[in-house]
Design a binder for this molecule. Sequence first.
Ligand SMILES: [Cu+2]
Length: 211
Amino acid sequence: MNPASAQGAAMRTDWYVFIGAGVFVGIYVYACIVWCLVAYRRRAGREASQFSGNTPLEILYVAVPLALVLALFGVTFAIEMPIDRVADPPNRVAVTAFRWSWRFEYPGGLTTLGTPMAPPTLYLPAGQPTEIDLRSADVTHSFWVPAFLFKRDAIPGMNNVFEVTPNRTGRFLSRCAQFCGLDHALMTFVVRVVPSASYARYLATNGAVVP
Ligand SMILES: [Cu+2]
């Protein structure tokens, strides 16, 4: 998996951290089980012994998982917060989800309106951050660009703002990821990441010169 955005690459790092933590905990737990099975197996002449109450041990097995959860929280927080901390990037697109397609409004008034039978294309410049202002005109939808490892709900009455910085040009199939009615399956769109000069020309010509 090679994410097509800087934010996607950061999310992938987060996944790797979680997978690493999961593998570590899994191996440790199975090793403990196997050790108990072998070291404390039934042997002639030895009675099973039980003990109860061991404060240091109890503190340890509360503290270690707590530290692990806090560390995972910290890593995720550090990776995900910058995606929503939009710092006035040079580009901005207002994305409106509706039953059952998408509207993309660029600065300067250029607007693309899709239909279920003619899914629209969202143009983004490569290597530059773009602010996406995501809204819904009716019910809850979800803006999902698998290549960016990114999905965000479009919720009626809410403006969801986030930043995306595509790291390479390309054509990425995207779709609504929240079941929203009859033609939900047709609510697709294409993200075309183009060189920034082509993007600027696309806006300057009001969409006449398609990259
Ligand atoms: Cu939808």
